[in-house]
Design a protein around this ligand. Structure first.
Ligand SMILES: Cc1ncc(COP(=O)(O)O)c(C=O)c1O
Length: 499
C-alpha cells in the first residue's frame, strides 16, 4: 500500500520509488499481476504529477526492478536485482578453535599496543586527551577551500580521475612539488624524480624494498620515529641503532657493527630529540654513504615549521652522488588523514621505486592528488604553511612560558629550533613512573622518551606536543598536570606523617 507524506523532507519521487521497490521485494506480485499501471494512472491514483511517477519508475528501471515490453507496457522483472546480489546463507558449522599460523614477518614488527586489539590509528589524541606528541592542528585545515578545489578538479577532469592512474603520481602534482622543494628546501630535482606515495611510512617501505634485500642492514637513529623500526622490520631489514649527539646521528662505528646499505635520518629536526643536524655532520654523512655505497633516507617530515633562523638546505640539495632518497609528507603541513607524501629519488632509482609501488597498491587517490596540485599551484599551500607556522610559534612560546611557570620545578625543557614537540627532562629521575602513571590517568599524554629508544639509555624525559591545542587548552592541561602532581606530593607527605 503506497502512502506518500507531503510533509516529509524526502522528495515524493523518492518515497514512491522506495515504496514500490519494497512492494516488489515483498514478492506480492505474481507473474499474472506483474504489469504495472501506466504512469498516467499511477499519477492520478496517488495525486502526484506524471513527472514524479516517471522519476520513480526510471530509477526502478535503471536498478533492474522493472522491464519494458515495447507496445505492452512496464512489467516487474522476472528476477529482482537482489537475487544477483544476496548470497545464500551457508550451513553453519561448529567453529574449530586452533591458533592461526602467523608469519615471522608479523612477529618481527614491534608491537606496543594500548589494548587487546591492535589498531595504532585509534590510539591517538581522542576527545579529552591533550599534549600528545606529533599531532598537527587539523582544525585549522581549510576544508572549504579543499572542497572547492576538489569540486573544480572533478568538474574539469571528470572520469579521468576515477580510473586507475599513474604509479608515479599525478604529473601536475609532481611538477608543483618539484618547484616547491627546489625553492624552499633547496632540493635539486625535477618532476621526473618524484614519486607520490601514501605518506612517509610508505616512502620508507618502498625505498627499503627497492635498495635492500631482506637480511641486509639499515642504520637508524636511536631514539627514532617508532614507525621506522616497524616498517624496516616488515621489509626484513636488520636494524642497527645509532646514537644521536649534539650534531645529529653519530657516524663512528665499532669494528663489529655492520655497515649499512641505508641510513635513516631526520636532519632538519631529529625526531624526537629535536637536534638539527649540523652542516659538518651532513657532509660527513654524505662522504660516508659515498665511501660505503649506502643510501641515505632523508625524512623531512616537518621542516616547514622552524622557529629560529633559516633552515639548512636539505641533504638532497647538497648531495652530488645520487646517495640521498628524500621524502616528505603532508601529514604535518596539512593533515595526516590525506595519506599523501612524496619521494625524490636519485634518478637511477626512480624506476625501481615505481615498480615496487605498482606491485604494492598502484597509486594514491587521483582526486586528492589533483586537488593537492591545485592547492599548491594556486598558492594555498604556502599561505597555509605561513599561517600555521605563526600559530605554532605562538603556541610554542605560550607552552614554554606556562610550562616553566607551572612545572619548572620538576622538568627542564629542551627547546628545539623546529617542530611540533618539546622534550622535557625530569629533574628527579625517580619521579618517572609516578608521572607516567599520572599523565595517563588525567588525559595529558606526552610520550615517554624511552618509548622511542632502541638501545639508547637516556635520562628520563617526556615528549610533549603543543601544536594541536589552543592557548586555553594548553594552560588548562598544564594546570591539570601541575595540580595532579602537587596532590600526589601532598598525599605522599600526609602518608609519611601519619605513619
Ligand atoms: C619522524 C616522522 N616522520 C614522518 C612522520 C609522518 O609520517 P606519515 O607521512 O606516514 O604520516 C612522523 C609523524 O609523526 C614523524 O614523526
Amino acid at each position: 500500500m503506497i502512502r506518500l507524506d507531503r510533509t516529509a523532507t524526502e522528495p515524493l519521487h523518492e518515497q514512491l520509488y522506495r515504496q514500490i521497490r519494497d512492494e516488489l521485494k515483498s514478492g506480492r506480485f505474481s507473474e499474472g499481476s506483474s504489469r504495472l499501471p501506466s504512469s498516467r494512472i499511477l499519477a492520478t491514483d496517488r495525486g502526484v504529477s506524471r513527472s514524479t511517477v516517471r522519476l520513480a519508475l526510471s530509477k526502478l528501471h535503471a536498478e533492474g526492478y522493472l522491464r519494458s515490453k515495447p507496445g505492452s507496457g512496464t512489467f516487474v522483472a522476472n528476477l529482482l536485482p537482489e537475487s544477483f546480489l544476496t548470497a545464500g546463507q551457508p550451513k553453519t558449522y561448529e567453529p574449530i578453535q586452533r591458533p592461526a599460523r602467523i608469519s615471522d614477518r608479523v612477529r618481527a614488527i614491534p608491537d606496543k599496543r594500548a589494548g587487546n586489539q591492535f589498531d595504532l590509528g585509534a590510539t591517538g589524541a581522542g576527545p579529552g586527551v591533550s599534549l600528545v606528541a606529533s599531532i598537527p592542528a587539523v582544525d585549522e585545515f581549510p576544508i572549504a577551500v579543499w572542497e572547492r578545489l576538489r569540486a573544480q578538479v572533478l568538474a574539469k577532469k571528470g572520469v579521468n580521475l576515477l580510473r586507475y592512474s599513474s604509479n608515479r603520481g599525478d604529473v601536475e602534482l609532481r611538477k608543483a612539488l618539484a618547484v616547491y622543494l627546489c625553492d624552499f628546501r633547496a632540493a635539486r630535482c625535477s618532476a621526473d624524480q618524484i614519486v607520490i606515495v601514501a605518506g612517509m611510512q610508505q616512502a620508507m617501505l618502498i625505498s627499503a624494498m627497492a635498495v635492500l634485500n631482506p637480511g641486509e642492514t639499515a642504520w637508524i637513529e636511536d631514539p627514532c620515529y617508532q614507525q621506522t623500526r616497524r616498517v624496516l622490520s616488515l621489509a626484513g631489514i636488520k636494524i642497527v641503532p645509532k646514537a644521536i649527539d649534539t650534531q645529529g646521528i653519530v657516524i663512528a662505528r665499532s669494528p663489529k657493527e655492520l655497515l649499512p646499505r641505508m641510513i635513516y635520518v631526520t636532519p632538519s629536526h631529529q625526531f624526537p630529540l629535536g637536534v638539527t643536524m649540523s652542516f659538518q655532520r651532513r657532509t660527513d654523512l654524505l662522504d660516508f654513504a659515498r665511501a660505503h655505497n649506502a643510501f641515505i633516507f632523508e625524512d623531512d617530515y616537518d621542516a616547514e615549521f622552524r622557529f629560529v633562523g633559516p633552515p639548512l638546505p636539505s641533504l638532497q640539495g647538497i648531495d652530488n652522488a645520487g646517495r640521498v632518497i628524500y621524502a616528505g609528507t603532508v601529514s604535518k603541513i596539512l593533515c595526516p588523514s590525506l595519506r599523501l607524501g612524496y619521494i625524490v629519488a636519485p634518478e637511477q632509482l626512480v624506476d625501481s621505486f615505481v615498480k615496487i609501488r605498482s606491485a604494492m597498491d598502484q597509486h594514491s587517490s587521483p582526486i586528492e592528488q589533483a586537488t593537492l596540485a591545485r592547492f599548491i599551484t594556486e598558492g594555498f599551500f604556502l599561505s597555509h604553511i605561513k599561517r600555521m607556522r605563526k600559530i605554532y610559534a605562538e603556541r610554542r612560546d605560550f607552552f614554554i612560558k606556562q610550562f616553566n611557570e607551572l612545572l619548572g620545578d620538576r622538568f627542564t625543557l629542551q627547546v628545539p629550533e623546529a617542530g611540533l614537540n618539546i622534550v622535557a627532562w625530569l629533574k628527579r629521575e625517580e619521579d618517572f613512573e609516578m608521572i607516567k602513571h599520572i599523565t595517563s590517568e588525567i588525559g595529558v599524554r606526552p610520550s615517554a622518551l624511552s618509548f622511542f629508544c632502541i638501545q639508547a639509555n637516556l635520562k628520563p624525559a617526556f615528549v610533549f606536543g603543543f601544536a594541536a591545542w589552543t592557548r586555553t587548552q594548553i594552560r588548562e592541561s598544564l594546570v591539570r598536570l601541575a595540580s595532579a602532581l602537587r596532590n600526589y606530593d601532598k598525599n605522599l607527605n600526609y602518608g609519611r606523617q601519619s605513619r
